[in-house]
Write a protein that binds this ligand. Sequence first.
Ligand code: DGL
Length: 281
Amino acid sequence: MAAGEAKIDPRPIGMFDSGVGGLTVLHECLVSHPHEDFIYLGDTGRFPYGPRSIEELRSFAWQIASHLLSLDVKLLVVACNSATAAALTFLQEQLEASIIGAVHPEAEAAVQTTRNRKVGVLATEATVSSGSYERALLNLDAGLETFSQACPQLASMIQSGDVSSPEMVEAVKDYAAPLKDAGVDTVILGCTHYPLVTPMLQRVFGRDVTLVNSAREIAREVGEVLGRKGIGNDTAREGRYSFLCTGDEKSFVEVGARFLQMPFENVEHVEISELEKIEVG
Ligand code: DGL
């Protein structure tokens, strides 16, 4: 390679989530990195991850990471906050591949945003009980006050229904109330589904509270890693994207299109029984 000539790595980026929520992250990545190829795996057959144990999520994450790495991805993105909370450190310790996840990028953005050093987190039970966001936030600023609110049902409600129903408004108000009472000025949306109810959350919290969106922060981190490792694709080309899911393909496309807001095709099914044959490292 001639001196000064940029390296090109044409391999795709792998990304996974418990279901369709991570498509909000894929959407941001397709906008921010339009020349990259992506393979997205939605574990819709085992959704939701929120109520599951750390051990269970760790084996799911291991199986999916191993499957995506067998497809020769150059970077693995754990879009799901619950899977990140349970397994990111484990995957990074055990695997040679470049792997990034949620939590840290959002924590960094929140620390840079807050003025009163009171930061709230809305996330699944698995993410909140892992304490991952508190650790990440306090590692960046030990003087912060953090307030985490588990939102059981919220991801399932967003995935299955009408995001502007009266029940949704009530649920959002209930989950937001303890954070409002605590006087937070910054709230991390610590679940890939929650950006779909951003307008409602913003109205409940008011204009003075900044909502930190995991999709935007992960897309920024993807760009940073591609640049730092010199593994970006040819910027003159248009990237492609394709999907794998463990549940029903038809409903994945129907529900997923709402999250991705882009053309949605190239969906293949992956058998959970095949993933389960992969031994956890
Ligand atoms: N995608 C998951 C996350 O970001 C939430 C949905 C679930 O419970 O599976 O935490």
